[in-house]
Design a protein around this ligand. Structure first.
Ligand SMILES: Nc1ncnc2c1ncn2[C@@H]1O[C@H](COP(=O)(O)OP(=O)(O)OP(=O)(O)O)[C@@H](O)[C@H]1O
Ligand SMILES: [Mg+2]
Length: 254
């Protein structure tokens, strides 16, 4: 059952000259006026450039997170690359969440720097992040330290491609963390390209396609099908790939 964010609604007129005006999720919102979340874990899945991060950042912004990443209390800003789509979204909340975190793909490094600065004033600042500077751990180690120490449950967590830091075995650990945190009343919205992650039980997958947005079974996604096809017979797939005279993208990217 959804505890925190049951939907986001579009209000006002999105300017036609905004870069996101015609992206699939914005077309979907302009048409339906709202996007409803029905499962504690929602995945945004789709081809590169279909607007997953744009929508996730907009959801973060409208829920009061620092648009560049972190918790609600984080106030750091570097390049202001986030879009203004969030200003046109209204969150439909069931309850206020106690804990929350927005992991933006581009700004994990800046967030770690921000935490180190906080520690200069407050030596305990890193305690809830596992006690070790995130900069002094590898990308995957620091990401899991964040999830395992900082994410406490009863929270709303927005993650953009969390798999990018993780080895396959650590990705399985992340699945167990998702289970721990959803059992403790948390809600996740995750943009991902990982067919392993999107297999989380009873998750809802929003498939982002140029033709539009729809809810799908994760096994329908190209991510799942192509990875399965490759792993079933890598040699055959490579043979096929290298025998294509035209650019491979034309064969594999819709
Ligand atoms: N600040 C910006 N200004 C102009 N265009 C942008 C901006 N940010 C993103 N875009 C464009 O909007 C489109 C959607 O970008 P977005 O980052 O949301 O895609 P995505 O679905 O998250 O892709 P990926 O899977 O590669 O992370 C892309 O074509 C991108 O080039
Ligand atoms: Mg993205």
């Amino acid at each position: 059952m959804i505890k925190y964010l049951s939907a986001v609604e579009l209000h006002g007129l999105v300017p036609e000259d905004a870069y996101f005006y015609d992206l699939p999720p914005v077309r979907y919102l302009r048409e339906k006026n709202r996007m409803v979340f029905e499962s504690p874990v929602t995945f945004f899945v789709g081809e590169n450039g279909t607007g997953k991060s744009t929508l996730l950042e907009a959801i973060a912004l409208c829920c009061g997170f620092n648009p560049e990443g972190g918790s609600k209390h984080f106030r750091f800003s570097t390049e202001n690359t986030h879009s203004t789509l969030g200003e046109y979204l209204t969150p439909v909340r069931k309850a206020y969440f106690k804990d929350g975190f927005f992991l933006r793909a581009e700004s994990f490094y800046n967030m770690a720097t921000y935490l180190e600065r906080l520690e200069e004033d407050d030596p305990c600042a890193l305690e809830s992040y596992g006690g070790r500077s995130l900069h002094k751990q590898s990308h995957g180690e620091s990401f899991l330290a964040l999830v395992q120490n900082r994410f406490g449950g009863n929270g709303l967590y927005l993650l953009d491609e969390p798999e990018s830091a993780l080895s396959p075995s650590r990705l399985l650990v992340l699945l167990t963390e998702l289970r721990r945190l959803t059992s403790a009343g948390s809600q996740f919205i995750i943009s991902t390209h990982s067919p392993i992650l999107m297999a989380f039980p009873n998750a809802e997958v929003f498939l982002f396609q140029e033709s539009g947005l729809r809810v799908a079974d994760y096994r329908e996604t190209e991510h799942f099908r192509l990875t399965k096809q490759f792993l079933n017979n890598p040699e055959q797939m490579l043979h096929y790939l290298f025998s294509i005279e035209d650019t491979p993208e034309e064969k594999f990217v819709p």
